[in-house]
Design a protein around this ligand. Sequence first.
Ligand code: ADP
Length: 208
Amino acid sequence: MSDRYKTVLLFGAPGAGKGTQGKILGKIPGFFHLACGDVFRSLDMTSELGKQFLNFSSRGELVPDELTIQMWRENMHAQTVLSLFKPMQDLLILDGIPRNVRQAEALKASIDVLKVIHLRCNDEGAMMMRMRRRALKENRMDDADERVIRHRFDVYHAETHPVLSYYPESIVANIDAMGSPAQVFQRVLEVVVPVQESHFNRPTSGSV
Ligand code: ADP
């Protein structure tokens, strides 16, 4: 079990800002960001898995667990082989997975979850606005349709939110997701920097 990836989960409803925060964090040496949704979107959409992804995501549904976990494992393996992710040096920032309790169970043998960053936002209207903007910018079909967005919120409440109680309360950090990306990032850093410091002995300067 000791070779499990040291991991922080970025958690929150659609549009809460997981991707925005994860992308910034991933630019910092010592952090590796992987967003499950990005991996799905990078698939060849004519492949069997790509078609499955389109089929489920365009309806706001989760991709079946078995496919998702298998794809995640293969992707992590590839990132490691290519040395893009260095498990001995990098804290893994996972975004968008696990998305239900079954996925959390399935990942248990592979990831050592040190912290869950729960980006909290009670204003669903604000999150929906972010998603509509994203639909235009990133050409995301699942963000363009109001009914699909609604359904994604329902799926989040029914399937994903319970993942929070799967992990011990002591490792869940609730962070206010409202504010500018920089403001939220400051709050995220306050939580992740001590985790990174205590699990990786990195030199205090330099970027290699
Ligand atoms: P958001 O950031 O808006 O929550 P994502 O980019 O994480 O959206 O995910 C987009 C879609 O990809 C989801 O609606 C779902 O269909 C699929 N997906 C992403 N991650 C998972 C996962 N862990 N399990 C199942 N489906 C997933």
